[in-house]
Design a protein around this ligand. Sequence first.
Ligand code: KG4
Ligand code: ZN
Length: 342
Amino acid sequence: MRILALESSCDESAVAVYDDALGLLAHEIYSQVDLHRLYGGVVPELASRDHVQRLLPLVRSALAAADTTPSQLHGVAYTAGPGLIGALLTGAALGRSLAYAWNVPAVGVHHLEGHLLAPLLEPSPPPFPHLALLVSGGHTMLIDVAAAGHYVLLGETRDDAAGEAFDKSAKLLGLPYPGGPELAKLAMQGRASRFDFPRPMLDRAGLEFSFSGLKTAVSLAVKAQSTSGALSDDTRADIAAGVQEAIVETLVTKTLRALDDTGYEAIVVAGGVGANRLLRQRLDGAAARRGAKVFYPRIEFCTDNAAMIAVAGMARLKAGSRETDAIRARAQWPLMELAPLG
Ligand code: KG4
Ligand code: ZN
């Protein structure tokens, strides 16, 4: 069975062709980073308009790269939520229409299920059950994954997501959008010990996160250090290292707590912040000391892409999920509302 998949929930236009026997045949991605950089963040209307221009050419090039004609396709999957509603609708309209024209089923995929199942594309996929740490620009969640499609929320953030904490701190340091990877790069030259930023909720039992206090602390540190003009390069790097340290330590500590609670031996890290090197290093080390193993998507599939939408879409199509003829997308869509798979 072979399907086409589209992703357009935020600022990446992406298309993939996936075959359940042969694996990933092609994936194309166009990042709108340059378009939004001028504004310091994603401008939803510009994102939607750009998806409209990019998606169809990406479909053509992905099909060509996969040496696939529409008659060889058995379904079309597209991200139906959560995300920016205008951006989602561009992918939903195109995906639903292509499926209609090609007379194959369409399935709307939950973006976070895509992130959670992305490690299944790797040569050594994670076993089930496992614990998932989902850390993206909009979400920070610890999830008990008994099987694909069986998700139980163990804890989540009460305010900002981990990615948001990276992005907002980066902005305070004057780094360009998207801030997370830029802050991580700057942190490599800094000393993490100079600034002691808060580790929110670490002193409390449970698996909840809170990152909104971090940006206040960073803002105060930036102000305190800027009294004699602009921040020095060293100070900026030290603040970046301190922020990264605080976020990573918080994520690792809570993840280990959840690992102990569940008794599982495998952890999946999904979402854009999963690309962070320090997080990977710390979590690998800490998990290994407990006899557990951490599974990640390859770096390019940590951030938004259509390959992960294809994996989730294939699983949903095989389980019988079908869209009606209507073009539907949801800006808000709790992961726990998904019907179990199989
Ligand atoms: O999953 P994703 O691509 O989009 C959402 O669904 O939100 O995640 C994007 C988030 C952004 O906040 C970005 O700054 C962060 O992931 N991110 C990183 C790194 N790469 C991406 N944060 C820290 N270190 C990185 N290397
Ligand atoms: Zn995402």
